[in-house]
Design a protein around this ligand. Structure first.
Ligand SMILES: C[S@@+](CC[C@H](N)C(=O)[O-])C[C@H]1O[C@@H](n2cnc3c(N)ncnc32)[C@H](O)[C@@H]1O
Length: 439
């Protein structure tokens, strides 16, 4: 190899040094902590003490590799001692995970995708709910790092100067974290795509802004992470996967939300993909993406469909009322729910809460109607729902599902007029005297 040719990492380092020099000159900075003529930074005190020795309201940035002692740690940049404490005191933290590269067979590979750079494709057929990979970030930091609140500006500082100073400070903070990272992780970070080469972001911030996913909220900050493989997944407004962050293992899980064929591209959403086309395009512009997914190509029709879908609400109380009232037709809720499911699948919106909500409604409706009268029946929708719902980190799906199913079971007995003595009492307790069957 020609030794005069710079590697991508060397180019990135050189650019980082150039940016640093230019900004040091522009703001007359003497060293990292000195006061400049244009602005003063209070954000760069580095705390190396144990979090237990620092007061909870200590504003210093904490640089820490977590989980400590793990062969596969995450370089974390945390805002204050309380944030570090909250991170490491999370229930069951730390759970160890495998690196995808340690596994003999991976469910995906990273390849060139025409017009999109690199991307992830399925190395095998995948089913809805199937885990594709679980990966720890290379670097974790507060989302708001690119606008440090601790900067104070002179009155005559222009907006442009203020923006440049914010990006500069952010890159300096990221540089400290970067220098603590393992060499392999540094190289992997620098190889990632940077869509912010010309807007004043330093190279580390540019990579972070291009490749990070939101992970969780802690102490009023949203934390984001940059990944080695997961950051290679390209965007689609009809994504075939969804993501869930496991805090105990400090890792992001990527799972299929519909059938994915071997060789098919694996996609995720970088924005609110239920929003109208124009809003999505605005959100994707900083990534340099002109999305050509089916929803963007046919955006007039798709916007109408997505607007209808965005109005899907929790209808469990209405379903229970219908189930307990035999005067109402059997297909009152079944037909519109089936149509809504079809629309969601047509739009490729399986990675939305609305999809789960409609599957759940169908599960309850079919349960009330009895398995024999509906095809494919309650079990079919329940299985689909449960496969995706198990990734929901917020709710214990088993508990909620069982409670609602119990209500529906009683309501459907009312509907089918097959109530026994004890069930009549239960129905009276659930539906009160307004229910003719329970009186
Ligand atoms: C997080 S990276 C994804 C991996 C990237 N393709 C790479 O080569 O490393 C985001 C960048 O990928 C490209 N990208 C992602 N989704 C795209 C899409 N739907 N169409 C075109 N380019 C896309 C854009 O250049 C974007 O800035």
């Amino acid at each position: 190899m020609d030794s005069n040719v710079e590697s991508p990492e060397q180019v990135a380092y050189r650019r980082m040094e150039e940016t640093t020099r230019r900004l040091m000159e522009e703001f007359k900075l003497q060293d990292e902590t000195s006061k400049s003529r244009g602005y003063e930074s209070g954000g760069l005190k580095v705390a190396l003490q144990s979090p237990h020795e620092l007061p909870a309201n200590n504003p210093s940035m904490i640089y820490t590799s977590q989980p400590r002692g793990s062969p596969y740690p995450v370089e974390c940049l945390l805002r204050g001692a309380a944030a570090k404490r909250e991170l490491i005191e999370y229930p069951d933290f730390p759970q160890e995970i495998y690196r995808a590269s340690d596994l003999e067979e991976r469910a995906y590979s990273i390849v060139d995708i025409p017009g999109k750079g690199l991307g992830m494709v399925a190395a095998q057929d995948l089913e809805p709910g199937e885990l594709i990979t679980s990966e720890r970030p290379l670097l974790l930091a507060p989302h708001a790092i690119s606008s440090p609140a601790s900067l104070e500006f002179n009155d005559d500082a222009t907006e442009e100067q203020q923006q440049a100073a914010k990006y500069f400070e952010a890159d300096r903070m990221l540089k400290i974290a970067y220098e603590r990272m393992h060499r392999d992780d540094q190289a992997a970070y620098m190889k990632l795509h940077n869509a912010h080469l010309h807007d004043g972001s330093g190279p580390l911030l540019g990579v972070m802004r291009t490749n990070s996913y939101g992970l969780f909220d802690m102490q009023g900050d949203t934390y984001v992470g940059v990944f080695n493989d997961l950051s290679r997944v390209n965007h689609s407004c009809c994504p075939n996967t969804d993501r869930a962050f496991d805090r105990a293992a400090l890792s992001m899980q990527l799972y299929a939300v519909r059938n994915i064929k071997k060789g098919e591209e694996i996609t995720t959403s970088y924005c609110n993909h239920l929003a109208p086309h124009a809003a999505r395009q605005r959100a994707l512009t900083p990534y340099g993406i002109l999305c050509e997914c089916p929803a963007c190509v046919e955006h007039v029709e798709s916007d109408k469909n997505r607007s209808r879908i965005s109005h899907v609400r929790n209808s469990v109380p209405a379903i229970v009322k219908w189930a307990a009232n035999p005067m109402l037709p059997d297909d009152l809720l079944l037909a519109p729910s089936l149509k809504m499911l079809e629309l969601l699948e047509l739009e490729g919106l399986e990675a939305t809460p609305q999809y789960l909500q409609v599957l759940y409604h169908l599960m309850l409706i079919c349960s009330a109607l009895g398995t024999s009268s509906v095809n494919p029946g309650c079990g079919f929708y329940m299985e689909k729902w449960a496969r995706l719902k198990r990734w929901d980190v917020k709710v214990n799906p088993a508990e909620r599902g069982i409670q609602d199913l119990e209500k529906i079971r009683i309501a459907s007995l009312v509907r089918r007029r097959v109530l026994m003595g004890k069930e009549q009492e239960e129905a009276a307790a659930v539906f009160g005297a307004s229910n003719p069957e329970a009186e």
